[in-house]
Write a protein that binds this ligand. Structure first.
Ligand SMILES: [Zn+2]
Length: 285
């Protein structure tokens, strides 16, 4: 049995074929077509190109597939509200397991990355948005509406920042990449990228950092109180911020009864999406 993983992104569709030892046998990427039917066709063609022998298929998408089978909360406009799972099953004739990018990240890190060997792994993506996924004993927990692990839309500050999801005060509006840059601009009046702020530590850095650390610890504490994971793995662009691993972890531990939950950097980097999609699909075998 081989495992096909497809990572559908806003700009590219990436595919990989893994064997039973999780070795990558094939890898391919194409630009994401703008229209929905084009996306379905491109994924079908990708599956035909890279698959051989008996295969399972897992697909990572922006957004989640709701109980009605339609894609919600996707930043890729063409697939919003569309029955992507049904249409891909029809186009490929294969059974498919679908998860969002954070689910795929978590599946990859839990299966063969920083979370390998741990029973309960909570994967965190902090980048343009804030997402998360939960793996328990090597299986992804997706939830009734595909929203398991979505801590980015928990309310951190009631009545706070407006979020694109319609709520106010979501975690994502405080500790995503764009949110960090907005905070810097509000505080100092200047525009800088997160990597530049972190490496240069300009005047104002300490106040900015401490507020982020505090929000990060408080936001993750809700997850830890409920799930009590063995480990938290960080991914996405902000996972390169060193202070999340010491000061951020300390802030988290202060806010939980359990304390001490390790926070580790991801090991698979950009490969996690496509590898995780393949591992997600492998669960259907
Ligand atoms: Zn939100």
């Amino acid at each position: 049995m081989n495992f096909i993983g497809i990572d559908l992104g806003g700009t590219k569709i990436e595919g990989a074929l893994l064997d039973q030892n999780h070795t990558i046998l094939e890898r391919r990427r194409v630009p994401t077509p703008r229209d929905y039917n084009g996306i379905v066709r491109a994924i079908r063609d990708m599956v035909e190109h890279i698959g051989y022998g008996d295969c399972t298929l897992g697909v990572g998408t922006p957004g989640t597939t709701g109980p009605d089978g339609l894609i919600t909360n996707s930043n890729t406009r063409a697939i919003r509200g569309m029955p992507l799972l049904r249409d891909l099953r029809e186009a490929t004739g294969m059974d498919i397991r679908m998860g969002n990018d954070a689910d795929c990240f978590t599946a990859a890190e839990a299966g063969m990355g920083a979370g390998a060997g741990f029973e309960t792994v909570f994967g965190v993506i902090m980048g343009t948005g804030v997402g998360g996924g939960l793996a328990v004993r090597g299986h992804m927990v997706l939830g009734r509406a595909g929203g398991a692990g979505e801590w980015g839309h928990s309310i951190l500050h009631p009545g706070g920042n407006m979020c694109w999801c319609g709520q106010r005060g979501c975690v994502e509006t405080y500790i995503s990449g764009p949110a960090l840059e907005r905070r810097w601009e509000q505080e100092t009046g200047s525009r800088m990228s997160v990597p530049d702020i972190v490496s240069a530590e300009p005047p104002g850095f300490t106040i900015w950092r401490d507020a982020i650390v505090s929000d990060f610890g408080l936001a993750l504490s809700g997850v830890v109180q409920v799930v009590d994971p063995d480990i938290i793995v960080l991914g996405g662009g902000l996972s390169n911020i060193p202070f999340l691993y010491d000061m951020g972890a300390a802030a988290l531990h202060q806010n939980t009864l359990q304390g001490g939950t390790p926070i580790l950097r991801n090991m698979l980097g950009d490969s996690a999406g496509v590898v995780g999609a393949a591992l997600l699909g492998a669960e259907t075998w």
